[in-house]
Design a protein around this ligand. Sequence first.
Ligand code: G3H
Ligand code: 13P
Ligand code: ZN
Length: 311
Amino acid sequence: MPLVTSADMFRKAYEGGYAIGAFNVNNMEIIQGITEAAKELRAPLILQVSSGARKYANHTYLMKLVEAAILETGLPICLHLDHGDTFELCKSCVDGGFTSVMIDGSHHGYEENVALTAKVVEYAHAHGVVVEGELGRLEGVEDDVRVAAGMGSYTDPDQVYDFVTRTGVDSLAIAIGTSHGAYKFKPGTKPLLRFDILEEVQRRLPGFPVVLHGASSVMPEFVRMINENGGSMPDAVGIPEDMLRKAAGMAVCKINIDSDLRLAMTGTIRRYLAEHPADFDPRQYLKPAREAIKGMVAHKLENVLGCVGKA
Ligand code: G3H
Ligand code: 13P
Ligand code: ZN
């Protein structure tokens, strides 16, 4: 099976009241851990590559690793550019075989965002590639861009119809209170997501797939594993899983997860090395890290996304 776009996945997810997991990938072990879990659970998948991941691992290596995962799993997999910030980067991923790109114009003014997104859509659609746009601005860190606390902004539902019709995007990322990274809510406070905004977007765009970025739960067992084995992460609070399940039952068809992968991998490697201080073969610590990713992804597919058996 070749790489697929997310069009069919989103149509079925919307109708079925579940979401597709979009997991960030940077190397072979991460790709293997995610895809082995999805294979066992027959779940459709989006693997996404940030510009930082593409710089780190190289476009061709990532393409070939994802192609290998398709051969090994037989799953429908969509390969997506996460947070493309220029037309040139999106074009390069379209030309290089990705089946989906995100153009994140949320750092620009509204009209500039519309113009840039429409330009990417025109090029991508001419090449059979789908496009995710973004309206509203998430807080947190992505690549070299840090959006400080208080500098994010919720999506304005009054803009979504105009944005989607003028740009022709296939899905829309919205800001309802999630944020990138491990520090989403102040410890001790109650996490708040603006479901009223999601409901209003859904009402204005019936049947249209919505994307939730910054959706890691910052799983406490992995933060603990890091801190018990030499790390010193401050208290971190992520998105409660019941909120993600609720969003998946609404218009949200794509849920982005990166930080939970990082925490699972780093926690497991730290623990392994603390318990085996004389080991120096990378396979010895990467193997349990890959297993931890597989277990964590299986948990998300089953308990959060609801996409088990939908491939
Ligand atoms: O939203 C951003 C993702 O977590 C990717 O992070 O740009 O550091 O690869 P990165
Ligand atoms: P997290 O940092 O919550 O995993 O978000 C990842 C993301 O939105 C990637 O685009
Ligand atoms: Zn994101």
